[in-house]
Design a protein around this ligand. Structure first.
Ligand code: ZN
Length: 136
């Protein structure tokens, strides 16, 4: 059994936005040459999160707006006293930063409408994406 690791970077352009990183992830899996195993995708950040869902403009707007409904940008948070980005930490904590998927016969097992979407809440900035694959 082998392990393979790569860290990628990508840029976000707005304070709040959803960025599709599916092509980066799938290229990394191909580059690994691992055909059967476990894929771990980890976003090593505390103010952005990673989901598997549809890259459709209306749904992406719905996601951003629903998160703002649940966790408004200015909610009287303690953390805003020092950093002014508490809402982005809270959203990231709620959703999570990593996903684990099977790789079978060279394909990442996911639904037709399951793209790897990063939910940026504290941009614009450069973000890292860590990809680890274990298998053979
Ligand atoms: Zn902060």
């Amino acid at each position: 059994m082998r392990t393979w690791y790569r860290e990628l970077t990508f840029s976000t352009k707005q304070r709040q936005e959803i960025v599709d990183v599916t092509s980066l992830v799938l290229k990394a899996v191909r580059d690994s040459k691992i055909k059967n195993g476990i894929l771990v995708v980890q976003l090593p950040h505390a103010t952005a999160s990673l989901v598997l869902n549809e890259n459709e403009s209306g749904l992406k707007q719905d996601l951003l707006e629903k998160l703002d409904d649940l966790i408004p940008v200015r909610g009287g948070y303690q953390h805003d006293r020092i950093d002014d980005n508490a809402h982005s930490h809270l959203k990231a904590a709620l959703i999570g930063s990593s996903r684990v998927l099977p790789v079978v016969d060279g394909e990442v097992i996911r639904g037709t409408w399951q793209n790897f979407l990063v939910i940026e809440q504290d941009g614009p900035r450069t973000r890292r994406l860590a990809i680890f694959i274990m298998g053979e």
